[in-house]
Design a protein around this ligand. Structure first.
Ligand code: NAP
Length: 283
């Protein structure tokens, strides 16, 4: 019998802990502020930004939204980021991706001061994660670790297989699993015989971006399956990268979509905003 990993419960727990610390900082006269930049009117980005604002409200973090029109130039966006880098009232900065095509995302990521980079996209912060000396960790992968920790799922010595090697999920996921003393394999679109790896995995983290890609025959009996994917099925309904209905009965633990990894990403974002605020105030 599988156990469902409840991302809503764990994210609420993390946010309540963040709220306690934000309240304690407030008593010392320290405020935590997150600046959220959104360019254009992509509906999915708007949903994510609204969810982040709601999480700020729930944790007591002040959110400042900068909604810029689609035609904003790269120079204008970079100028705003510079201004926010210098603004002592702003502790964390994030720029919602994707950006309109005429703006170079890498330039924008590089422009955000690493001290305020709560998404942990900057080269410095990614490097710090890899050497195990960091205050903030990539939101989605750290969210996965928080889920596994909350349920007491052991990782040490376990065979963990990640499907996907993106900079925001797959690669930092590997770093955090290694830190937990797991044995880590990263698979991708050029992997030969993917099932060979997944069938031998104690833990599978699917971050592919393809609906119901992980099927029951790819999963070992008793495996832990974490589904990072967010896709829409043919009826427009949200679904993950895992064929949940057919895979679940083989698992010891499995995350649903929605309600698994999704809420965790934002909870870790709140945790990161708290962490940078503490660091900037020498707390
Ligand atoms: P991405 O940048 O598109 O990366 C997808 C990865 O999957 C790539 O490394 C790709 O391999 C690999 N892949 C594609 N087809 C494959 C195949 N047939 N066999 C094996 N590997 C394959 O996506 P991402 O940004 O990492 O996101 C992955 C999923 O997670 C998406 O559904 C996204 O919406 C979701 N997501 C969720 C959250 C959250 O908060 N829960 C956060 C971020 C992302 P190559 O490198 O060889 O192309």
């Amino acid at each position: 019998m599988y156990r469902l990993i409840d991302g809503k419960e764990v994210s609420n727990y993390i946010k309540s802990k963040v709220r306690e610390e934000i309240t304690a900082l407030g008593e010392k006269g320290i405020k935590s502020t997150l600046a959220v930049i959104i360019v254009g009117d992509d509906p999915a980005s708007r949903v994510y930004v609204n969810n982040k604002k709601r999480a700020c409200e729930a944790t007591g973090i002040v959110s400042r939204e900068y909604a810029l029109p689609e035609e904003t130039s790269e120079a204008e966006l970079l100028a705003l980021i510079n201004e926010l880098n210098d603004d002592k009232e702003v502790n964390g900065i994030l720029c919602q991706l994707p950006l309109p095509r005429h703006i170079d995302e890498k330039k924008v990521i590089d422009a955000i001061s690493p001290e305020k980079d709560v998404d942990v996209f900057s080269e410095i912060n990614v490097g710090k994660m890899w050497v195990g000396d960091y205050d903030v960790a990539s939101c989605t992968p750290k969210g996965v670790i928080e889920l596994l920790d909350y349920y007491g799922i052991p990782l040490e010595g376990k065979n963990c297989v990640i499907i996907g090697r993106s900079n925001i999920v797959g690669k930092p996921m590997a770093s955090l699993l290694l830190e937990k003393n797991a044995t880590v394999t990263i698979c991708h679109s050029r992997t030969d015989d993917l099932s060979f790896f997944t069938r031998n995995a104690d833990v599978i983290v699917a971050a592919v971006g393809r609906k119901r890609f992980v099927t029951a025959d790819m999963v070992k009996e008793g495996a832990v399956v974490v589904d990072v994917g967010i896709n829409r099925d043919d009826n427009g309904k949200l679904c993950g990268d895992v064929d949940f209905e057919n895979v679940k009965d083989k698992c010891s633990y499995i995350t649903p979509v929605p309600g698994g990894c999704g809420p965790m990403t934002i909870a870790v974002l709140m945790k990161n905003t708290l962490a940078v605020t503490k660091k900037q105030n020498n707390v």
